[in-house]
Ligand binder design. Structure first.
Ligand SMILES: Cc1ncc(COP(=O)(O)O)c(C=O)c1O
Ligand SMILES: [Zn+2]
Length: 412
């Protein structure tokens, strides 16, 4: 039996493991938002720990079960997530001048996004806690993944509240997985009602509040464990993550920290959060040394999945603690990075490419050195955004072209 509980990321108050979705009660009394996260008896885990149990042959996130919160193996749901590639695309290395640049390619997960790590743990935890209904808010990826894992877990009901610009394909995926997809502007009041009045489990991000789950982060932290194994038991010098709520950065940061607690590393990477220039609440908060993430008015960007006007405090704190930063990149830089990745064989949606655009910018500005090891987290596939991909193609394929057209286009 693992000894786990919840701990406040702001005041350090500890609570027994349980369904706490409105943050730290102690912080709430002082008007502060305190996101909760899972804590373990690290000394006990360290004593009985065997790195061989993390063998990649498992093809399931549950190979990391010693450091995951679900106790009952019957509740450990998997669709074969995790175990994603750490790739060294030569074209990108040449462009950036970074000879140790790696892409952590999360597009190969079951619903083609890193979100599958999140919901594998979060919805397994929902099952263990006795929930039969799941809800989430989404721009696309988060909801499609929540619906897939709700189906795998045999949930009675899954209600996904979709951003008006969410991709139609992803809304159809949600329905095919057996979920209910609704398109709404104000998604939070519906979330709140489903949770408080109808007993739904919120498989939502950790923060921003009013409600969030501490459990999904535990899935994201396994990205750090895999990178450690893939770099032959080393950690990168820098990690670039495309951030909205910030779980995408705080999760791996927590994972790196746990490797240190287990005595597997002495160092930690510098964490860089990357956002679109038209929606950069973390960047402005970081510049002003703010302890909380400020709201960004009128967000604009091609990168819908990271176009959030707010963000979570744990990711901002992780950037401060790791001596990292928050960087913004223009939509043109993001599109350029999508094309560079595609020319390296990796098809991603614009939000995912922001991490690469951020690394390119940091390298050009001399903020990272050419011999340092850099990992860019690439979070979701372009295949789920057909309308966006069509806009990025210069010209559609010619139909019944003349031989002359082929010779001219190919340069024969
Ligand atoms: C493809 C993609 N990348 C990055 C993010 C940002 O993740 P987070 O909100 O955890 O920071 C999202 C969130 O929806 C996403 O779908
Ligand atoms: Zn607190």
């Amino acid at each position: 039996m693992k000894d786990t509980g919840l701990i406040c990321t702001v005041c350090g108050a500890e609570y027994p493991m349980g369904p706490m979705f409105h943050g730290c009660p102690s912080c709430q009394e002082t008007g502060t938002v305190g996101a909760l996260t899972v804590t373990y008896d690290y000394d006990a885990i360290r004593r009985g720990f065997d790195l061989e149990t993390w063998s990649p042959n498992w093809h399931s996130i549950w190979r990391f079960r010693d450091l995951l919160p679900v106790q009952d193996s019957a509740c450990q749901i998997t669709l074969g997530e995790s175990d994603t590639g750490l790739i060294r695309p030569r074209r990108l290395q040449e462009t950036t001048g970074l000879s140790h640049l790696y892409i952590k390619n999360e597009t190969t997960n079951p619903t083609w996004a890193f979100k599958d790590r999140f919901h594998a743990v979060s919805i397994s935890m929902a099952k263990e806690l006795g929930y039969t209904r799941v809800t989430a808010s989404t721009t696309g990826n988060h909801g499609a993944s929540a619906a897939a894992y709700s189906a795998a877990a045999g949930m009675d009901s899954c209600v996904i509240l979709c951003h008006p610009e969410s991709s139609e394909l992803q809304r159809n995926m949600i329905r095919l997985y057996g979920g209910h997809a609704y398109v709404l502007n104000d998604r939070f009041q519906y979330l709140d009602r489903l949770i408080t009045e109808y007993g739904f489990y919120p498989s939502t991000t950790m923060e921003p509040m009013p409600m969030g789950t501490p459990f999904g982060i535990e899935g994201y932290k396994t990205i750090a464990f895999e990178i450690y194994l893939q770099l032959a038991r080393n950690l990168p010098d820098h990690m670039f993550c495309p951030i909205a709520a910030g779980d995408s950065l705080y999760g791996p940061w927590k994972g790196f920290g746990e490797l240190k607690k287990l005595g597997l590393t002495d160092t930690l990477p510098v964490m860089h959060g990357v956002q679109p220039a038209g929606c950069n609440p973390y960047v402005r908060s970081f510049q002003e040394n703010s302890p909380v993430v400020m709201v960004h008015p009128d967000p604009q960007s091609i990168a819908l999945s990271i176009r959030d006007d707010v963000g979570g405090r744990p990711a901002l704190q992780a950037m401060y603690d790791s001596e990292g930063d928050a960087t913004d990149v223009t939509d043109d830089e993001i599109v350029e990075a999508v094309k560079l990745l595609a020319h390296s064989g990796i098809l991603v949606e614009p939000s995912s490419a922001a991490s690469v655009a951020g690394a390119i910018k940091a390298a050009a500005e001399g903020r990272i050195k050419s011999d340092e090891t850099v990992v860019c987290l690439v979070t979701g596939s372009g295949a789920k955004w057909p309308e966006v991909m069509a806009d990025l193609v210069d010209e559609p394929a010619s139909i019944e072209p003349s031989w002359e057209t082929i010779r001219t286009e190919v340069g024969l």
